[in-house]
Ligand binder design. Structure first.
Ligand code: AP5
Ligand code: MG
Length: 214
C-alpha cells in the first residue's frame, strides 16, 4: 500500500500513521520526524531545517525532495509506505509523481483529514511528545497514565518547539497557502479520499480501512 496522509498541522496524521503502520505493515515516512531527528543529532540538514521549523515555515523544497526519494528506495519500502507530511507543495507532489512513474508505481490513496480551526489549535497547543520514543499524547484528549511520563517507555514528555499558539497559527496559514492546493491536485487524479478527522482515532482507522481496503 502506497499512501499519502494529507491534512493541516494537528489533523492527526501522526496519530493515524501509528495505527496504519501496524495494520498494513509498511513504514511511516514522516519528513517532520526526519528533520527533528537531524536537529537532535546536530547534523547539517538539521541545522538548515531548524530555523524554518521553529518559525512554522516550510523547509525549502530542495532540502526535502531528494531526501524523500532516497528514503523511498530503501528495502523496507518495497511493499509500500505511508508518507506523513510529504508532499506539502505542488512542486513536491509533481516530483513525487515523476519518481513514481520512473519506478512504475502509483499511489493507492491520498488520505485527507478534515478538522476545524479551533480543534487544530487546541490539539497542537495541548500535544506532548515523548523525548525518548517520540510517542504522542494530548493533555486533554489522550493524557498519559502518569502526568508528564510516557506510557510506553516511561520517558519524559515535552512540548514541541513549534506547538506554541503563535507558531501553530502560522503553520496553519502556511498550510492554507502552500499545502491545501494539493486537495484539488489529488482530487483530479482520483486518489483523494476525505475523512472527518474529528472522529475518535480508533474508529477513524476502521473507516479508512473500509475505504482503502485491507
Ligand atoms: P510535521 O512534523 O509534519 O508537522 P505538521 O504537519 O505541522 O503536523 P503535526 O505533526 O503537527 O500534526 P499531525 O497531523 O501529525 O497531528 P498529530 O497526530 O500529532 O512538520 C513539522 C515541520 O517540519 C513543518 O512545519 C515544516 O517546517 C517541516 N516540514 C515537514 N515536512 C515538510 C515538507 N514536506 N516540506 C517542507 N517542510 C516540511 O495530532 C495532534 C494532536 O491531536 C495530538 O496531541 C493527538 O493526541 C491529538 N489527536 C490526533 N488525532 C486525534 C483525534 N482523532 N481525536 C482527538 N485528538 C486527536
Ligand atoms: Mg505529525
Amino acid at each position: 500500500m502506497r499512501a499519502v496522509l494529507l491534512g493541516p498541522p494537528g489533523a492527526g496524521k501522526g496519530t493515524q500513521a501509528v495505527r496504519l503502520v501496524e495494520r498494513y505493515n509498511v513504514p511511516q515516512i514522516s519528513t517532520g520526524d526526519i528533520f527533528r531527528k537531524n536537529i537532535k543529532e546536530g547534523t547539517e540538514l538539521g541545522r538548515k531545517a531548524q530555523e524554518y521549523m521553529n518559525s512554522g515555515q516550510l523547509v525549502p523544497d530542495e532540502l526535502v525532495v531528494d531526501l524523500v526519494k532516497d528514503r523511498l528506495l530503501k528495502d523496507d519500502c518495497k511493499n509500500g509506505y505511508l508518507l506523513d507530511g510529504f508532499p506539502r507543495t505542488i512542486f513536491q507532489a509533481e516530483q513525487l509523481d515523476k519518481f513514481l512513474e520512473e519506478q512504475g508505481q502509483q499511489l493507492d490513496a491520498v488520505i485527507n483529514f478534515e478538522v476545524g480551526y479551533d480543534t487544530l489549535i487546541a490539539r497542537l497547543t495541548g500535544r506532548r511528545v515523548c523525548k525518548s520514543c517520540g510517542a504522542s499524547y494530548h493533555v486533554v484528549n489522550m493524557p498519559p497514565k502518569t502526568e508528564g511520563l510516557c506510557d510506553r517507555c516511561g520517558g519524559e514528555l515535552e512540548q514541541r518547539k513549534d506547538d506554541t499558539k503563535e507558531t501553530a497559527v502560522n503553520r496553519i496559514s502556511v498550510y492554507e497557502e502552500s499545502t491545501a492546493p494539493l486537495i484539488d491536485y489529488y482530487s483530479k487524479t482520483g486518489a483523494l479520499k476525505n475523512f472527518d478527522g474529528e472522529t475518535d482515532p480508533d474508529q477513524l482507522l476502521e473507516e479508512i480501512v473500509s475505504v482503502i481496503g485491507e
